[in-house]
Design a protein around this ligand. Structure first.
Ligand code: AMP
Ligand code: MG
Length: 540
């Protein structure tokens, strides 16, 4: 459906009901002028989105429309595109930008805040839950620093599609309700090389229980504002963790323990599907363990634990694929530090933090067992099998997604010692360089497969069950970097049909969908070094 081509008319958004807890229970910035400044002792600043010249709706997510209670008719109305590009406010909205700080690339960066995101308010979802609606790219706020408060089409398409792709992959994430162009031009120096150019402006409406980040706590502790730190903890306990009991140092620790666990699970999923966030600063870490802030992220094509899509991180590769668990742990340590003044003791927080690696390892082992179709990884041979697998994948250019997806096609009843080239043929497609599959390294692959057959047969998972288990853990379709770029290229040439098609295919990433095999293909050669496909800047 091309929403952009539909006749637009005024249909009120009757399904939207607001209950704004964040902006009604926590103190607002008393200053109301929208100018860049340090905001003290306040949780947010009220600010209106900036009007846009000519908003047009490009896409919505039907699942998220359902969640927030907006009908398809309402979503295709003129009013919807006005509201979700920031040109109109509905009854009950209380637009505001949140104050937070953060550690960026390992260093304390001070106040950051919503520099281009504006929360519209918390809608009561159809499931009875509270969902914050947030426009990204809606104009300047007191937290914009030197930025323009805007977002461009390419990065907005990437955020819109990836949020929904991650959800359908089963990875905890913030969601995306809508994607609009604004009709305004936005100046960006995409390569940071002194050649700025105008790009198409866009706004995504994101949805999450809250957009509270580790940095919302860190900012108060860094300023010695302990009363505010405690107010935020109280708010979070009362609204998101009421079952933990009355707010107290004990429940604060319990809350932290939940964040540790949810973060461990989220990161295990990232490693399972081959997702690299790219900017795991503490201001980009959600307290709900949701993937948040889709910027210069990327997907692993050929397996390389050292790969980062973010050109800003090229020197140190802090946020490389293989380092994501360690960085999450480090980020949680920063959150723990920020909570110390409210908990009054270090030890219980340290104990909770120490649970991160065991917890991550346990989620990861469970997911990895499913990826391999094994009952568990709880044996030495199974662990050796996994270790050798990642060495093997690293040694030659091997597509991670295809390799795991095609592993299911290995005939598991083959007698290990009788395995031949024929047995491993399903894996051929995963190799970028044909001679890597046919040449000298084939012996190593074959010997790994023999071990795999052996461990699988010992594990005793039946063939049918194995297939189901593996297909549910190994997606066929992910938002490959080149695929997102194809969508962007088309949209920048005013063809938005691919946004809808790709969104549709990514709705069922574990299904075969043979008509779309070309979007499950390995990265084509043209994309190997193309910006947007193999490397991304933070310019967005
Ligand atoms: P990010 O690296 O995207 O998480 O952004 C870090 C900080 O920079 C956040 O406080 C953002 O709100 C802010 N920021 C990023 N881009 C812009 C922009 N174009 N205008 C204003 N603030 C921005
Ligand atoms: Mg951010």
């Amino acid at each position: 459906m091309d929403l952009i081509d539909q006749p637009l008319e005024f249909v009120p958004l009757e399904g939207l009901r607001f209950d704004n807890r964040f902006s009604s229970q926590l103190p607002a910035d008393p200053e109301i002028e929208n100018k860049v400044r340090q905001v003290q002792r306040s949780f947010f600043s009220r600010v209106h989105p900036t009007r846009t010249a000519n908003p047009k709706l490009l896409a919505t997510s039907k699942e998220v429309l359902d969640m927030v209670g907006i009908s398809e008719a309402e979503a295709s109305s003129e009013y919807f595109s006005q509201v979700f590009s920031g040109n109109a406010l509905t009854d009950g909205m209380d637009p505001h930008a949140a104050c937070y700080g953060g550690h960026q690339f390992g260093n304390w960066a001070g106040q950051l805040g919503d520099g281009r995101a504006i929360n519209l308010g918390e809608v009561l979802g159809t499931e009875g839950d509270h969902l914050m609606l947030q426009l990204k790219g809606a104009g300047r706020t007191p937290y914009s620093r030197s930025g323009d408060g805007r977002a461009v089409l390419r990065s907005s398409i990437r955020e819109f599609l990836c949020s929904e792709a991650m959800y359908h992959l089963g990875v905890p994430t913030t969601r995306a309700l809508s994607l609009c162009t604004t009709g305004d031009q936005v100046m960006r120096d995409m390569f940071y090389d002194g050649n700025p150019a105008y790009e198409i402006g866009a706004v995504v409406c994101r949805v999450a229980p809250s957009f509270i980040r580790f940095g919302n706590f860190e900012i108060f502790t860094s300023r010695g504002q302990i009363e505010e730190l405690e107010s935020l903890l109280k708010f979070v306990i009362e609204n998101y963790y009421p079952h933990l009991g009355e707010p107290s140092p004990e429940t604060y620790v319990e809350f932290f323990r939940r964040v540790v666990d949810a973060t461990a699970e989220m990161i295990a999923h990232w490693q399972r599907v081959g997702y690299v966030h790219g900017v795991m600063n503490t201001d980009n870490m959600s307290i709900h363990g949701l993937t948040i802030d889709y910027g210069p992220y990327g997907w692993i094509d050929n397996f390389d634990a050292d790969w980062t899509p973010n050109t800003t991180d090229r020197a140190h590769k802090r946020y490389r694929f293989g380092n994501q668990p360690a960085v999450a742990h480090w980020n949680l340590a920063q959150l723990a530090n920020a909570l110390v003044p409210a908990v009054h003791e270090v030890d219980p927080l340290q104990a909770a933090l120490d649970e991160f690696m065991p917890s991550f390892n346990s989620y990861w082992a469970e997911m990895m067992a499913s990826k391999l179709g094994l009952a568990s990884l709880a044996s030495d041979p199974a662990n050796e099998l996994v270790a050798e697998l990642f060495d093997l994948l690293h040694a030659t250019e091997t597509d991670m997604t295809i390799f795991f997806r095609r592993l299911v096609d290995i005939d598991i009843s083959t007698e290990p010692e009788l395995a031949t080239v024929e047995t491993i043929l399903p894996l051929e497609e995963a190799y970028y360089v044909p001679s890597d599959f046919h040449g000298n390294s084939q012996g190593r692959l074959l010997s790994w497969v023999k071990n795999y057959l052996h461990v699988s047969q010992l594990s005793g998972v039946e063939a049918a069950e194995r297939s189901l288990m593996m297909k549910a853990a190994n997606p066929k379709f992910v938002l490959r970097n080149y695929l997102a770029q194809l969508v962007i290229d088309a949209a920048e040439n005013e063809d938005i049909s691919m946004i809808h098609e790709v969104l549709d295919v990514l709705r069922n990433p574990y299904d075969e969908q043979p008509d779309y095999d070309h979007w499950a293909a390995k990265r084509p050669d043209w994309a190997r070094h193309r910006p947007g496909c193999s490397m991304l800047s933070c310019s967005s």
